[in-house]
Ligand binder design. Structure first.
Ligand code: MN
Length: 147
C-alpha cells in the first residue's frame, strides 16, 4: 500500500481535501460540497474553490450543485493519505493518547513523515496485533503513565 505518488506536487490542504472526499464517499457514497465543508470545518465556498483546483489537476471531477467524484489518480492519492492517517492514528492510540488528539496529530503527521517511518510503524502495529503478550505489555506501559 505504501507506494510513492506525486503527492509532493500537492499542498497539504489539497491532500486534506482528497482525504475528506474519500471519507465522505465511504460514508455516504457521494461527496457533496456541504458534506466536505462540514468534515473539514470550512465554508462551502472554500470547498468549491478547492474542488475547482482539484478538477483542473484531473484528480476529481467536480459538478456544480452535485459534488465531486474521483478520477483514478485522485483516488490513489486519497487512499494513500488515508492509509497514512489510519496507520499513524492507530500508533498514537496504542501509546495511550486520546482519540481526539490522535486524530488531529495523525492529520498533521500524515503529510510530513518519511514513507519508511510510516512503513515501520505499520509493521510495528501488525507485530503488536499478532503478539498478544506485546500488546499486554504496551497496555501496562500506557496504564502506568499518569494522565
Ligand atoms: Mn487526515
Amino acid at each position: 500500500m505504501e507506494t510513492r505518488f506525486v503527492t509532493q506536487h500537492l499542498s497539504r490542504r489539497a491532500e486534506d481535501y482528497l482525504e475528506a472526499i474519500l471519507n465522505v464517499i465511504l460514508e455516504k457514497g457521494y461527496a457533496r460540497t456541504t458534506d466536505v465543508a462540514h468534515k473539514l470545518a470550512v465554508s462551502p465556498s472554500s470547498v468549491v474553490e478547492m474542488f475547482r483546483k482539484l478538477d483542473a489537476l484531473h484528480l476529481i471531477c467536480y459538478r456544480r450543485y452535485e459534488g465531486a467524484v474521483f478520477l483514478p489518480e485522485g483516488r490513489e492519492i486519497a487512499e494513500h493519505i488515508k492509509y497514512r492517517h489510519d496507520t499513524l492514528k492507530k500508533f498514537i492510540l496504542i501509546i495511550g493518547v486520546s482519540e481526539k488528539i490522535a486524530d488531529a496529530d495523525a492529520c498533521f503527521m500524515e503529510h510530513e513523515l518519511h514513507p519508511d517511518t510510516v512503513r515501520r510503524i505499520h509493521h510495528f502495529i501488525a507485530y503488536t496485533e499478532e503478539n498478544p503478550s506485546v500488546c499486554e505489555q504496551i497496555q501496562r506501559f500506557s496504564d502506568a503513565i499518569v494522565r
